[in-house]
Ligand binder design. Structure first.
Ligand code: SF4
Length: 442
């Protein structure tokens, strides 16, 4: 990568490199060792254009396989006239186009580095949302999980580093930040919530400080980015971030992996924050922030789960009325202590319980979504379609209750021309099914 130009272009280069690394690419220190050279150009002043053209010329002479991106991408014809051998030309912040060009010029030799991001195959995160990883590892010892063995104990990032990354992402066009870790509520415990200076004040490495600072970010157009918290455990201090959601600083959404509800199963799972008062806690959060959407995942067929335990879970779901529910049938993971637990649940029983749980959660979801018909709500656009025979354009987006990849969608009809991914628009909901909403802009 040859990176020219201003700090915004540098952020673009960083984002491109981050994505390439996530796809398994490595970076060469010189032209000779590279399969392809990316030149991120500046086109602000004539002198900058000359410098960019000189950089392209040098890369072609030294390597021969060159992709051009950045501000000079707007002048593709001028570049092609001078350097017909250039493989591809894309404009500034066209990350997906750059990635496609790199994949075509030098196909990735391995699958993506699948980390905490729930992407099982090569799939690029669109520019308008970004994952913000705040820590690695975990201090818990859930019996079905080997993450602590694989990644070690909790290792939190410095708060100023996290906030700097968030600020850069938002400056570069991210409209939605997805805060991820293995245990977001525990952020900073390992570093004793060490405070760092951030914009002239001290900020602790603590979920509440992090949430408040992220809630204060502004996009270049002055609007607030959506900030979504994933992998939160229902510790008491989570109650401190819910008011920020009520104030509109954070997206009213909590992703809490409850995994089960029956006390005996939770004990066998060795789950953190395993206590009987979770339903009361949820009710308090909803009293503070009525729009709060809660998503969770559950495991059915854990060793020793009885029919009574499973019914307890179904009753709990009826009481909790979570907005989004994912479920998994228990599967042993090599090296996990749960594998040695007695009373394995037969596969047929797991299947039957899975189907019952999904039926209950679909019914609850359908009722909750039906109640939204007629409401007007903000929707972030993920994809805009082509015009059909009548010239009508459809689009897909998400409400604040929907995280990308894992939750539902809002399907829009007849959207205005010019609507683009990342736009946040007011949508009137016209219809709903068990998982998705249907609406129209305005
Ligand atoms: S499942 Fe349990 S042990 Fe595994 S990462 Fe999550 S909290 Fe940590």
């Amino acid at each position: 990568m040859v990176s020219l130009g201003c700090p915004k272009a540098l952020v673009d280069s960083e984002r491109i490199l981050t994505r390439l690394r996530a796809d398994g690419y490595a970076f060469a220190p010189d032209y000779a060792g590279a399969d392809v050279v990316l030149v991120n150009t500046c086109g602000f002043l004539d002198s900058a254009k000359e410098e960019s053209l000189a950089a392209i010329g040098e890369a072609i002479a030294e390597n021969g396989r060159v992709i051009v991106t950045g501000c000079m991408g707007k002048e593709a014809e001028a570049i092609r006239a001078r350097f017909p051998a250039v493989l591809a030309i894309t404009g500034a912040q066209q990350y997906e186009a750059v990635m496609r060009a790199v994949h075509a010029a030098a196909p990735p030799s391995q699958g993506p580095f699948v980390d905490l991001i729930p992407q099982p195959e090569v799939k690029l995160t669109p520019r308008h949302y970004s994952y913000l990883k705040i820590s690695e590892g975990c201090n818990h010892a859930c019996s079905f999980c080997i993450i602590p063995q694989l990644r070690g104990p909790l290792a939190s990032r410095r708060i100023d580093a996290v906030l700097r990354e968030a600020e850069k992402l938002v400056a570069a066009g991210t409209r939605e930040l997805l805060v991820i870790s293995q245990d977001t509520s525990a952020y900073g415990v390992d570093i004793r919530h060490a405070p760092r200076e951030w914009h002239g004040r001290l900020v602790r490495a603590h979920l509440t400080d992090l949430a408040r600072e992220l809630g204060g970010l502004l996009c270049p157009d002055g609007t607030r980015p959506w900030v979504r918290l994933h992998y939160v455990y229902p510790y008491p201090h989570v109650e401190d971030v819910v008011p920020l959601m009520a104030e509109g600083l954070l997206t009213p959404y909590l992703d809490i992996p409850f995994q089960h509800a029956a006390p005996g199963v939770l004990k066998a799972m060795k789950r953190p924050a395993n206590e009987a008062k979770v339903l009361e806690r949820i009710a308090r959060w909803r009293a503070i922030c009525p729009d709060l959407a809660i998503r969770s995942s559950f495991v059915v067929g854990f060793p020793g789960e009885t029919e009574a335990d499973f019914r307890y879970l179904l009753d709990w779901l009826e009481a909790a009325r979570l907005d989004r529910v994912g479920a998994f049938r228990f599967e042993p993971v090599a090296g996990a202590p749960a594998n040695t637990l007695p009373d394995a649940v037969p596969e047929t029983v797991k299947e039957e319980r899975y189907a019952r749980l999904m039926a209950v959660s679909a019914r609850i979801s359908a009722a909750k979504l039906a109640a939204k018909v007629g409401q007007v709500m903000p929707v972030i656009i993920d994809e805009v379609g082509e015009a059909d025979g009548d010239g009508e354009i459809g689009a897909t987006g998400r409400s604040q209750a929907d995280a990308p990849e894992i939750d539902g969608q809002v399907l829009l009809r007849d959207v205005p021309a010019g609507l683009a991914p990342g736009d946040i628009v007011a949508v009137r909901i016209e219809d709903a099914d068990a998982h998705d909403l249907y609406g129209v802009v305005g």
